[in-house]
Design a protein around this ligand. Structure first.
Ligand SMILES: [Fe+2]
Ligand SMILES: [Fe+2]
Length: 385
């Protein structure tokens, strides 16, 4: 491998926390570095150079070089590996070419992507990423302590991961498989340790409804998988599918997603696109299995053919989809709506039982105890399933 050149200029003798700007466009890099330096120390790294000796806190990658074609370049491969290994926030400035940008995103290990034409957004986004990176480091340091941190710390971490998942999806990029794995692991471990009721109490303290809904459905899925006696692998797959099931909502306009009243038929049609949009988005990342994509695309299908997007019936709806659909309906019924408090367990159980022609009745029977165990958790704000 070609060794990076030595002699990268360092400013100041002491080590400090710096943003590393990787760029092959010197003039642009200087301009951008000046903007970043207003809020955080910044070092520019040009192709072939070594990384600064200072402690890096984030990377900004602005390369005109085609990373797809340049995979053979030892320096690019070396750099991408350092960035991936570091686990630090990375902001990739998109070139506007989908093929090249997708290749770069894969190589860099799922960075945050921003369109540099909105250059006013680069520094604020970077500041947010650095702040999130520090919070993540602090919470994972706590979570690494014996016992894995308190359930509160773990739910906080899971919420951060789900926030990042939706933020990334909103920019049109699939979420990072590693972060989805970590979020899923937290849900499984915490639900098995503290139970579904405590999980919901903790999740519902956070007030962003779509994140809360994802974590609630994932919690129900973890409890359901345990009730069914699933293996660790199957539990992981079910909880992951549940965590991701509404990822397509990141692509639905806020005015529709957060509308406080009922949706008009046109708005409902837009809302319903979230299922296919989410599945198409995840399909861009090969790490997400076909069964997970099916859950995202078909979780609103119903056994009698009354669901959407395709009106699938009976046997055409897979097992994992049936399981998540039950958790999703339960979560929607028991979250607090603007126009009504969360439904009590007995009422939710009765409504779900009445949907036995639409939801799998054998699975509903197994699920029933979870409805009562989740019982009178605090309830979240309004959310549509
Ligand atoms: Fe949904
Ligand atoms: Fe949902």
């Amino acid at each position: 491998m070609q060794e990076p050149r030595d002699g990268h200029e360092r400013q100041g003798a002491h080590r400090e926390d710096v943003v590393v700007l990787v760029s092959d466009r010197r003039e642009r890099a200087e301009r951008l570095a000046r903007g970043i330096a207003l809020v955080l120390p910044c070092r520019v790294v040009e192709p072939g150079a070594a990384l600064p000796a200072d402690r890096s806190i984030a990377f900004v990658v602005d390369l005109a070089t085609d990373l797809a074609a340049d995979r053979g370049s030892a320096w690019i491969m070396w750099l991408a590996e350092r960035i991936r290994e570091s686990g630090l926030p990375c902001l990739y400035l998109a070139r506007g070419n989908a093929v090249q940008d997708t290749a770069a995103v894969r190589l860099l290990g799922a960075p945050t992507v921003i369109d540099p034409r909105q250059s006013a957004g680069i520094v604020p986004t970077l500041m947010r990423l650095v702040a999130e990176g520090k919070a993540r480091e602090a919470s994972s340091a706590k979570a690494r302590k014996p016992g894995g941190g308190t359930p509160e710390v773990r739910v906080e971490r899971a919420t951060t991961l789900v926030t990042r998942l939706f933020d990334k999806a909103a920019t049109g990029w699939p979420p990072s498989p590693e972060e989805v794995e970590e979020g899923t692991r937290i849900v499984l471990d915490t639900v098995s340790e503290v139970g579904i009721r405590t999980w919901l109490d903790l999740v519902w303290r956070h007030d962003i409804q779509v994140y809360q809904h994802s974590l609630s459905v994932a919690g129900f899925a973890a409890a359901f998988a345990a009730e069914l006696g699933f293996s660790r692998n199957d539990r992981q797959r079910l909880a992951k599918a549940a965590l991701l099931h509404d990822v397509g909502k990141a692509l639905i306009p806020h005015a529709i997603l957060n509308k406080p009243g009922p949706l008009t038929p046109d708005e409902m049609a837009v809302m319903r696109t979230h299922a296919a949009l989410g599945a198409d988005l995840l399909a861009r990342e090969s790490a997400f299995e076909p069964e997970i994509l099916d859950v995202v695309r078909y979780h609103h299908e119903r056994l009698d053919g009354s669901g959407y997007p395709e009106g699938l019936k009976g046997a055409r709806i897979g097992d994992l989809v049936r399981l998540v659909a039950i958790c999703d309906v339960h979560s929607a019924l028991t979250e607090r709506r603007v126009y009504r408090p969360p439904l009590p367990a007995a009422e939710a159980a009765a409504i779900m039982q009445a949907q036995a022609g639409q939801l799998d009745s054998d699975l509903l029977r197994v699920y029933r105890p979870i409805i009562f165990r989740a019982g009178n958790a605090a309830g979240g704000p309004s959310v549509l399933s």
